[in-house]
Write a protein that binds this ligand. Structure first.
Ligand code: HEC
Ligand code: HEC
Ligand code: HEC
Ligand code: HEC
Ligand code: HEC
Length: 202
């Protein structure tokens, strides 16, 4: 039912003023994040808006904000990349647990650890020169048996895996320092397992 009484008109006037205030406030808040836009908007609508801070301070704040934004996106991208680069062992993914596990055997595995991997990765070692931990079949020094956040079931990031053991200064230190500075991975040049050249160079 509609009845236009004096009281109602008063009320909608007050309502209108309220809505106007709300819109004005929103205008102030909308461009709130960027001080330059905020200054432009507010100084167009109102008089007596304080001047912008000196350019140096203004630029610094702006640069800091932009850098923070860029870093946030980078961190996001990194997280996404890390997720993508994870790996899962095929028999684990297929839930073929018993291909490796046997409760009735000592150690609970179908074969002792230094033989287990060769059950499926047959004739694995092919090369005249064999890397120390491969010669002792210590695959688990570098690999997880189930899954990993890193590619190829690696225990740690590809750029860190060799440093699990090789922490001593190398004979060819100066040369290697140059490679490290160029962000080359050890496995760009060395096979991690074996090879037909000395030092398993690829
Ligand atoms: C490719 C072989 C392989 C497959 C397939 C496999 N495992 Fe394992 N699992 C291992 C090895 C090797 C270890 C011992 C790891 C160590 O000692 O570092 C292990 C350890 C474990 C452990 C001990 C705790 C731990 O994580 O170290 C549990 C529990 C386990 N596995 C459960 C499972 C289940 C459940 C499945 C199937 C969904 C499965 N495994 C499939 C090889 C395998
Ligand atoms: C039951 C059989 C089986 C056993 C035992 C087994 N693997 Fe595998 N492994 C596979 C299969 C199948 C693949 C997938 C091969 C392919 O994609 O070409 C694979 C792939 C891999 C890969 C490559 C993963 C990738 O993301 O590309 C690694 C590393 C690996 N195995 C390490 C091991 C290690 C270390 C052991 C011993 C703990 C082991 N495997 C024991 C069957 C096995
Ligand atoms: C010293 C560390 C280390 C040890 C020990 C090691 N691996 Fe690896 N493995 C690697 C790295 C690093 C890669 C990834 C190579 C690449 O990206 O080029 C890899 C990759 C693999 C792959 C994927 C196919 C390929 O050649 O890229 C298989 C399968 C594999 N390893 C099996 C084994 C088995 C089986 C053993 C034990 C006999 C073993 N690894 C021991 C470091 C190791
Ligand atoms: C689990 C420990 C371990 C890890 C991880 C490891 N190594 Fe080794 N590495 C050894 C051992 C042990 C030797 C043999 C010691 C020796 O001959 O001086 C060796 C020897 C080598 C040699 C030959 C050195 C020589 O003088 O003949 C090279 C090259 C090498 N490793 C490269 C790598 C690379 C590349 C990685 C990463 C993919 C890696 N290693 C990761 C243990 C490891
Ligand atoms: C650009 C290629 C390249 C990269 C990347 C590289 N190496 Fe080498 N590495 C070589 C060459 C070439 C030799 C042989 C040097 C010689 O004959 O004196 C060598 C020799 C070695 C040796 C045996 C001689 C010594 O100095 O002790 C080890 C161990 C070694 N590298 C480990 C590593 C590790 C660990 C990494 C990663 C941090 C790595 N290399 C990265 C090319 C490379």
């Amino acid at each position: 039912m509609l009845s236009v009484s004096a009281g109602n008109v008063m009320l909608s006037n007050r309502k209108f003023r309220y809505i106007f205030l709300l819109v004005a406030c929103t205008l102030l808040l909308l461009p709130g994040c960027d001080p330059l836009t905020r200054y432009k908007v507010t100084s167009t609508i109102f008089d007596g808006v304080p001047d912008l801070p000196p350019p140096a301070q203004f630029c610094e704040e702006y640069a800091e904000k932009k850098i923070a934004e860029a870093q946030a996106t980078l961190a996001e991208k990194d997280a996404a990349k890390n997720k993508l680069s994870g790996s899962t062992h095929f028999p684990y993914e297929e839930k073929r647990c018993n291909d490796c596990h046997d409760k009735n055997k000592e150690g609970g595995l179908v074969q002792p650890k230094n033989k287990l991997c060769f059950v499926c990765h047959t004739d694995f070692i092919q090369g005249e020169f064999v890397h120390g931990p491969i010669a002792t079949a210590d695959c688990l020094a570098c690999h997880e048996p189930h899954s990993s956040l890193n590619p190829k079931l690696l225990k740690t990031a590809p750029e860190k895996v060799c440093a699990l053991c090789h922490t001593n200064k190398r004979a060819a230190t100066a040369m290697h320092d140059k490679f490290a500075a160029r962000k080359l991975l050890c496995v760009d040049c060395h096979d991690p397992h074996f090879g037909n050249a000395q030092f398993f160079l690829r």
